[in-house]
Design a protein around this ligand. Structure first.
Ligand code: AMP
Length: 184
């Protein structure tokens, strides 16, 4: 199989991290989660972590320039031979930046997998997860940020014929089978 460059898109709680873990091995590419990278930076108390923490605690997006630095580093490093991006891009400006970064190295995305899950189910899942930014008020904020800033990326990628919409309800195995059947 050719090198795969894919993005996982979907609201918080849609199962992007779980699916990334299940399918990255099958795709043979590294899983890059900007949320995980940011949480590590916060835990380690780096400059980036200190700057990002307040936004994350409030359920807001971290400013683009902070996140783009992380992605640029990885695309030039272990992700040069393909990747599964989870949590990036998060708005249309980041989508445009990603497109430009890839163009500079002469490559392009293959698929954008969008996981669809109804809001009520998302809130139940997030409340059950117990992460420090999973309180009811931040959850509401993160869902609003998704609708306002991230969801427009669906249109952006539909226009580029890259969007693969997947029903995100079911067992993790059922959902990963749906994804694999669309990206292979
Ligand atoms: P996640 O683990 O993807 O749900 O991300 C957790 C938090 O990290 C988000 O609520 C944002 O504050 C921040 N974050 C993760 N990825 C990005 C991104 N691409 N752009 C801006 N903020 C991000």
């Amino acid at each position: 199989m050719d090198v795969m460059r894919a993005v996982l898109l979907g609201p918080p709680g849609a199962g992007k991290g779980t699916q990334a873990d299940l399918i990255r091995e099958a795709l043979g590419v590294p899983h890059i989660s900007t949320g995980d990278l940011l949480r590590t930076a916060v835990r380690e108390g780096t400059d980036l972590g200190i700057q990002a923490k307040g936004y994350m605690d409030r359920g807001k997006l971290v400013p683009d320039e902070l996140v783009v630095g992380l992605i640029r580093e990885r695309l030039a490093g272990d992700a040069a031979g393909g990747f599964l991006l989870d949590g990036f891009p998060r708005n249309v400006a980041q989508g445009e930046t990603l497109e430009q970064l890839l163009q500079e190295t002469g490559v392009a995305l293959d698929h954008v997998v969008s996981l669809a899950v109804p809001d009520g189910e998302l809130i139940d899942r997030l409340l059950g997860r117990g992460r420090s930014d999973d309180t009811e008020s931040t959850i509401r904020e993160r869902l609003a940020v998704y609708e306002g800033e991230t969801a427009p990326l669906c249109e952006f990628y539909r226009d580029r014929s890259l969007l693969r919409e997947i029903d995100g309800l079911g067992t993790p195995e059922e959902i990963s089978r749906r994804i694999m059947s669309r990206v292979n």
